[in-house]
Every structure is written in C-alpha cells, then in structure tokens.
Design a protein around this ligand. Sequence first.
Ligand code: BF8
Length: 658
Amino acid sequence: MTGNRTIDPAVAEMLQRAEEMGISTAFDRAEEMKPCPIGSAGACCKNCSMGPCRLVGKHDRGICGATRETIAARNFARMVASGASAHSDHGRDMALTLLAAAEGEAPDYEIRDVKKLLEVAQFLGVETENRETMEIAKETAEVALAQIGQQKGELLYLQRAPKKRQEIWRKAGVAPRGIDREVVELMHRTHVGTDQWYESILMAALRNALSDGWGGSMLATDITDILFGSPVPLTANVNMGALKEDEVNIVVHGHEPVLSEMILLAVRDPEMIEYAKSKGAKGINLTGICCTANETLMRQGVPTIGNFLSQELAMMTGAIELMIVDIQCIMQALAPLADQFHTKLVTTSPKAHIEGATHVEFDEHRALEMAKEIVKMGIDNFPNRQDTHIPKEINHLVAGFSHEYINYALGGFYRGSFRPLNDAVIQGRLRGVAGVVGCNNPRRCQDASHEYIVREMIKNDVLVAMTGCGAIAAAKYGLLSPEAARYAGPGLREICETVGIPPVLHVGSCVDNARILTTLSQMATEGGLGEDIADLPGVGFAPEWMSEKAISIGSYCAGSGVYTIMGSESPVANSPIVDHFLSEGWEERVGGKLEFIADPEEAVEKALEHIDKKREALGLEEYDPSRFGRSGDRRMEEWLALLEKGEPVSLYREPRLK
Ligand code: BF8
C-alpha cells in the first residue's frame, strides 16, 4: 500500500518491492505506531525522576508544581538546544579541519577559496595584510573555534545583520554568545527547579537558536566554502535512476563534506577505477543521500538519489555496494536492512556508531588514504551483488546558488549587487521571497507539502530558496531546473529568463540556511525595502520537518525577523499560551514569529497574506501580476507550447539568437 505515503514514483515503486519482500520501512512503522498524543503536544515532563508527569485532563501541574506553560516551553527549548548543538558541532568540526589543514596536519585538504578565506578573516578580525594564506587560515580557524566557545559578549557575525536587527536583538536580550555557552545554559535553565517562566525559557531558547544560525551554522557554511570552494551553479541528476546497474555504487549519507570530498577524489582515482574493473564493474558511481548529498551535489555535481525518507528504499535496490554514513539523520534501521542485502554499511564518525555496521573511524590526517580504503571495501563487495531493482526515475536540476553567486548573477562580476532583486520586489515583478527548507517526515506524504508550497509560491511570483531535504524534494519534480519557470507567475518568469536562474534556488544543506540569513541581510541593507529583515516581504517554511535541527532553524529564522511556518501540529499545543508566545510574543519582541500550521493550503494563504502586509507597510504597489509578462514572456509562452509538444528548448539562448 503506497497510497498517500509519497509522491515520489521511485519511492512508491520501492515501497511496492518492500511489501513484496516483507520488509518493514519507516513508512510502515509510522503507520503501526501512532505518535504519543501526550508527548507530541509538549504535555509530558521527564526532566526528573519524580515523573514523567503528564499534564493532561485534570492534571494542571507536575509534581514539582511546573505548569503546562513551563513544561511545554522546556520541551521546546530542549529541542532547540539539541538541534543547535548538532549544526554547530558540525561547524566546530569544520573549524578543526581548517586548523589541521593550516597546521599541515591534514595534508589532503587545501584552501580552495582564498577569496572567501580573506572575507571571513575580515569578519572575524583576523589580519590579512602581508600574511601567508595558511597563516591566515590558522588564525581564522582559531577565532572561529573561540567564537563557538565564546563565554561573554556577542558573536562577531552579528555584525553581518542589518544595524536595526542588531539593535532589536540587544534590546530583547537575545544577542547570543557562543553556542557552547548558550546550549549549556539552556540545558541548565530547563533542569528541574531552575527557570520556571515560559517567557524567560523561550527567550533563552531564541538566543540559543540565534547562536546557531548566526554562529555555528554560519561558520560551518563559510569554512566549508573555504575548504571545498564556494558553490556556483552546476547541473546534476537526482533520484534513484542515478544508480548504475553495471558500476560499483557507493552512497555517501549524512552531513559532513570532509570525508565525502575525499571519497570523491578516491573514486576518480584511475587505480581505483581499474580495480573496480578487475572485479567486473564498468566503473565507480558515487551518489548521495540527505545533506552530505547536498554538499557534494552543489560543489561537485554528485547525483543525489534521495532525501531522508528514501534512505531505506535506496538500499533495497540491491544495487548499493557501500553506504558510507557520518552524522545526523541516518536511520538505525539501515543496519539490519543492510544484512538483508549485500550492502556494506560503514560508519565513520567517532560520534556516531551503529550496532551491526562496520566502523572505520575517519582520520583527517590521512584522509585520502582512508577514503581509498573505504572505497576499496565497496569495490570488493561488487561480486556479492545479487538481484537488483533500480527505479528508472531521474530528474535534472541546477544547484549551487551561494549568496555570492546570487549577488554576481544579479549584478555582474564588477557590480555584484542585490539591487536588481530589490528593484524587482519594489516594482512588484516579484511579490516577495521565501525560504522552503527542512526534512521529510513519514507522518506526512513524502515531498507533497514541499512540492505544493513551492509551486504555489512561484506561481504567485515569490522567488524561492531551498536547502536540505526540501531542496532534494523540489529537484525530484523538476522545480530546480530553469524549465520550471513555466510554473512561475509572469514577473518571476521574466526574471528567470533574463538572469538565467530557475525560480527555485538550491542554496545548500541544512547548515546553509545561514546563506538565506546572509541574503536577507543583504536585501535589507541594499535599500528600498526597509531597514531590517523583518521589513522584507518574505516568509520561511519547513513543511515536512521532523528533526530538532529544524526547530532550531525555525527559531533562528523567526529570531531574525522572518515569519516562519512549520508544517505540523504544534509541539507545544498543550499550552495555547506558549503556542501564542512563539508567534505573537516573539513577533512583538523580535519582529519574526514561529507558527505550526499542518495544512499546506492554509500555510500558503497565511504566507501570501503576510507578504502582502509587508508590501503594504513598505508603501509598495499592490501585487498585480497582469502588469508583467510582456517582455519576452510572450516568447516564454511559445516555448511552453513547444515544451508541451516535447521539443527540446534552450531557455537561455536559442530564442534570442533568432
Ligand atoms: O540536515 S533536512 S532530514 S538531512 S535535518 Fe535531516 Fe532534515 Fe534532511 Fe539534512 Ni536537515
């Protein structure tokens, strides 16, 4: 029964196969085990052993006297602390890799983007004049690590936000210190008998989330760009059809590019390819799942075979020799599943072991050598391959829209600027902007909400930026391809056509939501759209969120001034007061709000209402799509007609050459 479980034909096909083989997946387990109604509403407190206390029915207080508000707020805050830790600990590891590279201890890594290093060094107050690159890199890494551990005073990166935003943070008392301090303090506050006022707990949670968005995550993105290059647009393939019947299939899954970049070098090594041939394969095919996939996709064009809910199904193709996992979003179900196929599951992070998997702890000091050893395990496994079933489904996308590239695309090499973007919003050619991010969740039809919301946004001339599993979802349905301009409203279509961008921009992995913050800051400071992120006609969505990281992201987006909609029932529903505070309370204090709206249609309606309200507050003309679509858009209509006939069309050049 695949019914309303997914809209991805490849996953649907594999669910059918799973059923025939009698294999249980996350989709089945989600149906068999309904969510606990007490926990899902934030009504259960298990922070001490007097409980767990369940504040339902006539029980209005826990044994210690904690109220519904305190308990719901504590549960929410702990989600933020965990999610922020995950992103920012990843950021720390990136800084440690940069340090090791700069000190000559990780010789396989280099500085691929020196320009970005110099920019980041400047932000972090590192002297760059007359210094060697590696010297600058070393000090940059040290300052980054110090930022992560900063005990007093606000983070340096807050200066990247508009001035007004910085003032709002200071006034609200949420200008964050380093992530280490904010997380530990939040865990302390939510310990039994400590912070007992929901407002105070939730403002501390907001500060913690901001230390992730403007601290750990932003550093993770920047340092990844320094080490592996800032992304620029490239074409790539998505979905399980990218697996190869006659090659050794190796999948990287998780979040860290540190190993996967080395794996990529290893699979391209002629000796390894020869070795694969000696085992009867035609070559080695590297693909990815989840955010490791996003990292290698946007920098190297490595195909992505699926998002979070695709991981088990991909393994069931029987065509994967080796799945290499690192951290976060890796289902434990993969280990017993690998036993039923020939797939070798290899864990690599000292922080993430899975019982039943083979653990090969990654050591960056001999990164490439290790990557080759791991790849060899996959090649050696090729002769063990048995029956395979690879869905044919494949789609194409353009990925790699770093904020630097967006700046360049809009303004050119010498005049890089957000001016054209702001002008488009001011003229009403663009109604607004949206970030659509986050996970899959088996409690919701896979990809359906992402797809619906994105289509509605672009249809309404809202330019969309995407990250994480949401970006992979949209890619699967062709929404990250320039041809998707056909689904866009007339104003957005004209922009796509002129600038040569898809209406939906892939901006990276989950930590790269920091790129969205940077883009919004640049729009706010460019002029014409107010002075702050909260003034912009913009919204954020996490339509199918499931991880605690998504709660941290949603919170830091709200804390940065964005109206952010999470696609589920509220996890604090047991306290309408707390639910209200995340929305109205945060909006009053910091200009952005977090709301849980399970129905995607309602989410779209509210988002567009918000965008129009912001346009009105800025004194901009009312959105009127009928004013646009005359320049070249007519031509677009002709192209679309050709597309319907299935004739190949280049949206970029061909019509203009005539
Ligand atoms: O960090 S989107 S399911 S893979 S948590 Fe996980 Fe969610 Fe995917 Fe990327 Ni982000």
